[in-house]
Design a protein. Sequence first.
Length: 301
Amino acid sequence: MTDILKFVIALAAWLAVQPALAALNVLACEPEWGALVSELAGDKASVYVATSALQDPHRIEARPSLIARARNADLVVCTGAELEVGWLPLLQTQSANPKIQTGQPGYFEAASFVAKLEVPKVLDRAQGDIHPGGNPHIHLNPYNIQKIAVALAERMAQVDAREAAHYQGRARDFLERWRQATARWEKDAAPLKGMAIVVHHKNLTYLNDWLGLRQVGELESRPGLPPTASHLSELLARLGKEPAKAVVRAAYNDPQASEWLSARAKIPTVMLPFTVGGTDRAKDLFGLYDDTLARLLGVNR
Ligand SMILES: [Zn+2]
């Protein structure tokens, strides 16, 4: 064998083990958007997710490693509607990356593509973490995901025009599977209609709106503030008159308050994955919805 031939074989073997060169560097603020980018891009994007399902997305530190990721990003995909107001603007400025500034194609804000619920009529910060643009926890309604997927695929095609057809093709495939899954979820979740629940934080509003669950109380006395003893006692008294089926919290919420109320009101607690990675089964967006409904149906007796 000639040296040249040996070299060619070695090179081919080396190339075979290298990952495909990612065209698009994406920084996603929350796991649900990281998962959606992966659905739409496949191996054409390298996705880094800034937060995990065990972190409160309102409260993230703009640490240097995140700033470095923002510096190299071609596209930043976030919720917006002020969910990341405490840390994303810092990432944008500190990264000095012109591509990902607000208003640029490299900054994608999911919340701007859906109708928001709980838009305050009067803005009073004394009422807690009130978001002037409405409730930002938009990802647990499948119709929101559908609209955002369409807009995101378009944006990816704009930012990375060479792969436009690839993104559009994958979007069509994803939307087809998503529509089928949505029909199945609606059928399975029919018994949840009217189910009364207490939530930890107002982060299930869009899920409740979609499936007709009734939110009869919140553990937080005000959005974003930890539950207080006096508020919990009041809530317990109120449940005596208006009972709930379960106390529901997200994987990232401290379980203490829901367990306190659960023991006294004698209703089960339910931990929901809330986003991708929150439970073993919630390994992608489909698993997130499957597991969320299964857990709620499991206590709705
Ligand atoms: Zn919130």
